[in-house]
Write a protein that binds this ligand. Structure first.
Ligand code: SF4
Length: 312
């Protein structure tokens, strides 16, 4: 049952070369039953009934760990913070990881548990999902366990971000017709302005979902990204169904666009036509646009923008 604890390494755009640890390898154990989950639908749980020993994880990890790994990623078929020995596990990983970072991918709900909150503070990187902030939208998309209240979760996400010293990533996954409305994005924006994050990744459904829901297009993601405050480190993380936009931008339009929303080269390749890409190249050569590393990703920003934007 415990054969698939370690997986990868996989080269992730967002986090680098990642070696995964699956804290629920035998079955899905989650406190959410998200519409978009890539695992099969399953009744929610508030704790794991099948657990693996820390010793077993560490022994397996030792045989796979090498200096090419950027990040050891704690994840699960389900929610990794339900693993009851998480604190002990992180302490044990810290003893053998050398310079490799530790990362957890969590749905945020267990931040209301003081032990989990304090345990996550020990990690080098944390990715918190926050798909919705309205109770009804949250319940429709993430279908949480009955004891979970989104307002408590939001409070803890804000509090965590203010205390945490590592790299904090927030992820919003958009589902068509649910959390992609102007009203919900405005509410998400208001919450995110209070969260001190390294980067906010906007994504959508890229893999077959548990329930019959659909994602939004790259263009819709881009439009959603413009609705967020331009002081937020927003990144469009999903481009599976992206169609080239081939739009023309003058020098001023390039500067204004990047001032409003810094973009990666992958975004530029989708949004700009060839002539605009050449203009951008010239602006880069003249240092009017420069490259800025956020987490593992390189963004293009106007030179002046760096002076007034917070960089964590
Ligand atoms: S939190 Fe993750 S594992 Fe759990 S149901 Fe949602 S997508 Fe699936």
């Amino acid at each position: 049952m415990e054969n698939n604890i370690i997986f990868g390494p996989i080269n992730s755009r967002r986090f680098g070369m990642s070696l995964g640890i699956d804290l629920s390898p035998s079955s899905k154990q989650c406190n959410f039953d998200c519409l978009y989950c890539e695992l099969a639908p399953m009744a929610t749980v508030s704790q794991q009934s099948q657990t693996i020993e820390v010793k077993k994880i560490i022994n397996e990890l030792k045989t796979h760990l090498n200096d090419k790994i950027d990040v050891i990623t704690l994840t699960a078929n389900g929610e990794p913070t339900l693993y009851p020995h998480l604190n002990e596990l992180i302490d044990a990983i810290d003893k053998i990881k050398n310079k490799t970072d530790t990362l957890i991918l969590t749905n945020s709900a267990n931040l209301v548990d003081e032990n989990v909150f304090n345990t996550l503070l020990k990690l080098d990187q944390v990715k918190l999902s926050l798909d919705a902030v309205s109770n009804d939208v949250f319940k429709k998309i993430d279908r949480p366990h009955s004891n979970i209240d989104i307002n408590d979760v939001i409070k803890q996400v804000i509090e965590f971000s203010n205390i945490y010293n590592g790299k904090l990533f927030i992820e919003i996954l958009f589902v068509h017709g649910l959390n992609d409305t102007k009203e919900e994005i405005e509410k998400l924006n208001n919450v995110l302005k209070r969260v001190d994050s390294t980067r906010v990744d906007l994504g959508t459904i890229d893999r077959p979902p548990a329930y019959p829901v659909v994602g939004i297009s790259y263009k819709e993601l881009y439009e959603a990204s413009l609705m967020f405050d331009n002081s937020l480190p927003i990144h469009i993380a999903s481009r599976v169904h992206a169609e080239p936009n081939n739009a023309h931008y003058s020098d001023d339009e390039i500067i204004n666009t990047l001032d409003k929303r810094p973009l990666t080269m992958d975004d530029i390749n989708l949004l700009f036509n060839d002539e605009s890409k050449k203009r951008l190249e010239m602006l880069l050569n003249a240092s009017k646009v420069i490259k800025k590393l956020v987490g593992n990703l390189e963004f293009l920003v106007p030179h002046n923008n760096l002076k007034r934007k917070r960089i964590k």
